[in-house]
Design a protein around this ligand. Structure first.
Ligand code: GLP
Length: 241
């Protein structure tokens, strides 16, 4: 596990954007695994800036998002479809048919999960996966539990995650209770992973992820088994390690 500690959120985000940019420069048809949440927002802003300066070409890139809420339409501003289009895809030259996000509104959600997993396989796997982390140590929507999902599955969100994510919704009651998420093996099969964490509220989860025992109660701790993972932290997130 490689740990990089940056001064603050802005420098961490620039660094993350540079890592993605160099991946795309080295392999223009890269398969990128992408994350949502507040943390990667400035990374996306930096990538858009680089695209506008002609420094990156996304035309051959294919993307796979980690997760999506169940039951929100793509036009719902709280869906991850909307988030990705609004904050990133609509502002770069990615081809629409190379964007993959689980459909949380599919009639048959189990089938959707299987097909999503297969589409990653068919594409040849993920070259670079970007992750955030929940304050309870979740990655994607893989919540702390006795058993974790291997592949893409429907997951039940914990109270803690519903509370944490309610800041984006009008009320806590509006937060979906279920989501589709890549499983732990889906994530660990990526060639390279970068996990971004910023702020004091992530410090405890980061401590348990990097220096605790590997436990399904801290899903991110399983990343310790990955041969090519970079933890990109700001000083606050790194304050307990
Ligand atoms: C959500 C997402 C995760 C993300 C986490 C942390 O639950 N499913 O992929 O890492 O939130 O979000 P934030 O970056 O807003 O703290």
């Amino acid at each position: 596990m490689r740990i990089i500690i940056e001064k603050d959120y802005q420098t961490l985000s620039k660094k993350a954007a540079l890592i993605l940019a160099s991946q795309i420069t080295l392999k223009p048809n890269s398969n990128l695994g992408l994350a949502t949440g507040g943390t990667p927002l400035a990374m996306y802003k930096n990538l858009i800036k680089m695209y506008k300066k002609d420094e990156i070409d996304f035309s051959k890139v294919q993307t796979f998002n980690l997760d999506e809420y169940c039951g929100l339409s793509e036009s719902n501003p709280n869906s991850y479809h909307y988030y990705m289009n609004h904050n990133f895809f609509n502002q770069i030259n990615i081809k629409k048919d190379r964007i993959n996000i689980p459909n949380g509104n599919a009639k048959n959600l189990n089938k959707e999960c299987r097909e999503y997993e297969n589409s990653i396989k068919k594409a040849g796997g993920i070259d670079l996966q970007v992750l955030g982390i929940g304050s309870n140590g979740h990655i994607g929507f893989n919540e702390p539990a006795k058993n974790l999902n291997v592949n893409t599955e429907i997951v039940k969100l914990t109270k803690e995650t519903i509370t944490a994510n309610s800041r984006f919704f009008e009320s806590k009651a509006d937060v979906p209770k279920r989501a589709i998420s890549m499983g732990i093996a889906t994530i660990l099969k990526s060639n390279r992973i970068i996990l971004l964490a910023s702020g004091k509220n992530k410090a405890e989860a980061i401590k348990k992820t990097v220096s605790g025992k590997i436990s399904t109660q801290i899903p991110a701790s399983l990343l310790q088994t990955h041969p090519n993972i970079t933890m990109l932290l700001d000083q606050e997130a790194a304050s307990l390690i």
